[in-house]
Write a protein that binds this ligand. Structure first.
Ligand code: NDP
Length: 475
């Protein structure tokens, strides 16, 4: 299939945003138009290996009690062949397929058919119809924000089943974990492929499509910016938030139920992982309107990275701590548990306050107090593809004056807390902090590249005022 080419696209020379000496580009601040060899190699590597990475982790838990080196050692020493490991892997089952179909259908119905009522009675909660940010083509999309409602109703049903109805066992997710993995992969690949075809043949907003000329990059990073079916079914909002994030807390609850079934009690480590991750998930839904202004929605196009990532990577790898604790029921000493709880809560506090400061600042157009004072501001401007000039502001106070992405530091502290809750027995539960450190560092560079393209010299003024990205004095 021939890719469409885009002439005269300005390209940033530097990723650091500090040395960028261009003025703001016109409506081209979204993802890349051209692919360098490193990006292409990374894309092909991920397309080839990411599904195996997920399989390897889950299989290592199932067959080797979460010992990551177990399968490799067995194969190298001749104790097992790849075919032996594969033969022991549970296949897809009719039950898992039915469960998964029911789950996704239920979430689609909650998303599309039930307008938000939470904002009518929950003070401070912003739901219902909300606007996203201006896209590079100058479009402002409207969204139905009803994620909190979907999360609450789903969990209400879960608890009603566990305590009253007994339609299914609370261990159902754990018991079908690998068969469900195949279902999640089918959906992940189906939705990514559909998004690619849709981008070529019937895009929602053709002006916001991007074609790099490289099939693999287009497939992975997406062509359409905001693919939709009908007026309200927004692929990015749905797949990012549900089914993956709604499922996150249910998956953890199922792991806790399995731990109790196997070991007759739920350990404090499992409680900590459930509680800290539930805070993160509820925060996500409470602030779903804020989420419309994050990079996932404002920058990323919808391709395999988001489609498959939300269906498979997120629910399977973000929940590794709970899975690990089923096999290793760690009971932490009181000082260790308190330390983990404090780290998780302080991390969450920084994450939330930093994100809130930016949101408040943007929402009030700078007419607010940050840490009790009038905020310092950098006025900036950019041009969208329709040639329209827009004005914006960058916050230089609060956490945004400490470092340019201090919100990521809070997230990293929280992520480390989940891992430390699992003790020091195995490497597997620490995958999450390693992954988050790579993800957020890469994201930070990506975002700065984008902001440098969008704001040009105004962004340079910000990087001069706030010289560090994550940690003052270090990076
Ligand atoms: P940010 O919320 O940091 O958003 C970056 C955008 O904010 C920039 O593109 C720019 O957009 C604007 N901006 C940057 N600097 C300033 C400033 N000084 N003042 C005002 N606006 C500014 O990034 P993310 O969307 O990546 O992250 C949101 C949160 O989600 C983070 O806390 C992150 O840790 C978390 N996250 C979690 C993930 C997970 O898997 N658990 C994955 C990714 C993120 P504009 O064009 O509007 O100027």
């Amino acid at each position: 299939m021939a890719a469409k080419s885009q002439p005269n696209i300005p390209k940033a020379k530097s990723l650091d945003g500090v040395t960028n000496d261009r003025t703001a580009s016109q409506g081209q601040w979204g993802r890349a138009w051209k692919v360098d060899w490193f990006s292409l190699a990374s894309v092909i590597f991920l397309l080839l290996f990411a599904p195996f990475i997920v399989y390897y982790f889950i299989m290592a838990c199932d067959q080797y009690s979460c010992a990551l080196t177990g399968p490799v050692v067995d194969i190298v020493t001749g104790h097992a062949r790849l075919s032996d490991i594969w033969a022991k892997t549970p296949p897809i089952t009719r039950k898992a397929a039915q469960l998964y179909t029911l789950w996704v259908t239920f979430q689609v119905l909650l998303y599309t058919s039930l307008p938000d009522f939470c904002h009518k009675f929950l003070p401070g909660y912003v739901g219902g119809i909300q606007e996203g940010a201006v896209t590079p083509a100058g479009v402002v999309n409207k969204y139905q924000i009803n994620g909190l409602q979907a999360w609450l109703l789903t969990h209400l049903l879960w608890f009603a089943n566990a305590h009253l109805l007994s339609w299914f066992s609370p261990t159902i997710i754990f018991d079908n974990w690998i068969p469900l993995l195949w279902c999640a992969n089918i959906l992940g690949y189906a939705v990514s492929t559909f998004a690619m075809v849709k981008g070529y043949f019937f895009p929602t907003s053709a002006r916001d499509c991007k074609f790099t000329g490289n099939f693999f990059y287009n497939y992975m990073m997406g062509i359409e910016f905001n693919p939709r079916i009908g007026k309200w079914f927004d692929f990015k909002l749905f797949f990012n938030g549900r089914p993956g994030i709604v499922a996150w807390t249910l998956i953890n609850l199922s792991f806790a139920a399995k731990q109790r079934e196997l070991h007759s009690h739920v350990t404090n480590a499992m409680v900590l992982v459930n509680v800290l991750q539930a805070i993160y998930v509820i925060d996500f839904f409470w602030n779903e309107t804020w989420y419309l202004k994050t990079i996932d929605i404002c920058h990323d196009h919808f391709g395999w990275y988001l489609g498959w990532g939300d269906c498979v990577w997120l629910p399977y790898l973000y929940t590794l701590q709970g899975l690990y604790l089923v096999y290793h029921p760690v009971q932490l000493s009181t000082p260790h548990a308190v330390g983990v709880l404090l780290l998780g809560l302080v991390g969450y506090y920084i994450f939330r306050v930093a994100n809130h400061q930016k949101d408040l600042f943007r929402h009030t157009d700078g007419r607010c107090l940050i840490w009790g004072r009038k905020p310092k501001v950098i006025e900036c401007s950019y041009t969208s593809a329709d040639g329209q000039r827009h004005h914006s502001k960058l916050l230089v106070s609060g956490f945004w004056g400490v470092a340019r992405h201090f919100n990521y530091v809070g997230d990293l502290m929280g992520s480390l807390a989940y891992c430390l809750a699992c003790g020091g027995g195995h490497l597997l539960p620490y995958f999450y902090i390693i992954y988050m450190a790579i993800l957020l560092t890469h994201r930070c560079l990506r975002d700065e590249h984008r902001c440098a393209s969008k704001y040009g010299r105004d962004w340079e003024r910000y990087t001069a005022a706030v010289p560090y990205r994550l940690l003052p004095g270090i990076f």
